[in-house]
Design a protein around this ligand. Structure first.
Ligand code: AMP
Length: 431
């Protein structure tokens, strides 16, 4: 017998954990609606070139982690699973002529991403993100809107003490001179650089600032800071973003070392951390402005900004902050029975209750009543509908499992009676 397992770096979300993710998705979608970010879905795979060109060839995500799909001989294109959502969404923006829509186009998506990374705690090969993008607005107000939206997601989903780190990483006017200064600095420390980092120095020095290598922390502490090299327009933009954040009361900290791992970022860059955990490469989420990306992917020059919030890391942190499992949405009622012959009646009664909007499971097996009631209780059901001998007189038992009380109800009144009881119960919980 083969023993099959989920692929390395992936995991099954069993009901308690999947219930969490469903809730994250609801909170995310509700927030996106509240802020006017409309849903979009793009394929989970794209032409590899969308990522190579958009994200950049000399990035961890493309160089090491791109989950390439084996090419079939009859196909001219090479494909890869999406490692992040922005490149695909911007590809869709260009493909569908969204630059003719009212700008900015505000979009949101929730879905799985794929990176062929070495699996470890909080780092998977398939993980989920809540992503928003605003394409066609140079900011600075929209930058603050998006940073605040991400911050609110964490508080509404129940993660406490989330800190926002912000930085500006300049644009094509000021970054080249900064990069020169950075390269010169690292050349001065060449002997101390790990080989992989030394190799990248001439190709993409910014990546070294973002390096996960432990020995880079010391070297990076004294590296030149982009914030000391910003041109006047980037400086003004960054100041205005901070003023907008102050005005809407988002707590943040300027973090001059924050550069983000993808090439397409310009100006505003930000990350969310659980306070006190910035050092551990465990950003809960992050994002930034990408004013050159639309053009890189074949569109007219168009500014944009967005974020990707990792839901797996939210689940990890929530698991630490409040370990009780999430049960998802509890049932209102379970239809149970004393007479094992009556499965048609049970199914018919449950079907009627569901049609009326009540969350109802029917016990369709043949076990004893005691077992059925235990199972109903385990499922969080507040009520049991007991189908027994009284059915011949058109009546069923309605048992309040929490209170331990029971009464007979005419079948013709059941939907109304149960509906009223459920409403009363929810009301009691709310008040
Ligand atoms: P990045 O685009 O790398 O900044 O990723 C944005 C967010 O996605 C991170 O802050 C994480 O929350 C999440 N994330 C990125 N890579 C992974 C991964 N391999 N496993 C789980 N979550 C990830």
């Amino acid at each position: 017998m083969p023993s099959f397992r989920a692929p390395r770096g992936t995991r099954d979300l069993l009901p308690n954990e999947a219930a969490r993710f469903v809730r994250f998705g609801r909170v995310a979608r509700d927030l996106a609606d509240r802020y006017g970010y409309r849903p979009i879905e793009t394929p989970i795979f794209e032409q590899s070139a969308v990522f190579e060109r958009g994200i950049g060839e000399v990035t961890d995500v493309v160089e090491k982690e791109l989950f390439r799909i084996a090419r079939r001989t009859e196909e001219a294109e090479a494909w890869a699973l999406r490692p992040e959502p922005t490149a695909g969404i911007v590809r869709a923006y260009v493909q569908h002529g969204m630059q003719t829509w009212p700008q900015p186009v505000r979009l949101a998506m929730i879905g799985p991403m794929f990176r062929y990374d070495r699996p470890q705690a909080g780092r998977y090969r398939q993980f989920w993100q809540f992503d928003v993008e605003a394409i066609g607005d140079p900011g600075p107000a929209i930058d603050a809107e998006i940073i605040e939206l991400g911050h609110r997601f964490y508080s509404e989903v129940g993660v406490t003490e989330v800190e926002v780190l912000v930085n500006s990483i300049g644009d094509k006017a000021c970054r080249p001179a900064y990069l020169e200064a950075l390269v010169a600095y690292y050349r001065g420390h060449l002997a101390a650089l790990p080989p992989a980092e030394a190799d990248r120095l001439e190709r993409n020095a910014l990546r070294l600032l973002d390096s996960k290598h432990p020995s880079m922390a010391v070297i990076n502490a004294d590296a030149p800071r982009i914030t000391d090299h910003l041109c006047a327009t980037c400086e003004a933009h960054f100041g205005a973003v901070r003023a907008h954040l102050d005005a809407i009361g988002v707590p943040y900290r300027v973090s001059p070392g924050l550069v983000r791992g993808l090439d397409y970022y310009t100006r505003t860059a930000f990350e969310y951390y659980v306070a006190g955990r910035e050092g551990q490469q465990q950003a809960l989420g992050g994002g930034g402005r990408y004013d050159g990306l639309v053009e890189l992917l074949g569109g007219k020059p168009t500014p944009g900004i967005g974020f990707g919030l990792g839901l797996d890391r939210v689940a990890l942190v929530l698991g630490e902050q409040s370990p009780a499992p999430e049960d998802g949405v509890p049932l209102d009622a379970v239809v149970v029975f004393t007479d094992p012959g009556a499965s048609v009646e049970r199914l018919r009664i449950a079907t009627g209750l569901r049609a009326a909007g009540l969350r109802t499971r029917a016990d369709l097996g043949r076990r004893r009543l005691g077992r059925q009631l235990e199972a109903a209780d385990r499922d969080g059901a507040h009520f049991a509908v007991i189908v027994g001998d009284e059915l011949q007189e058109g009546q069923v038992g309605l048992r309040d499992l929490k209170a331990g009380t029971q009464r007979l109800v005419p079948l013709s009144d059941l939907t109304r009676e149960l509906g009223r009881a459920v409403k009363q119960h929810h009301h009691g919980e709310g008040g």
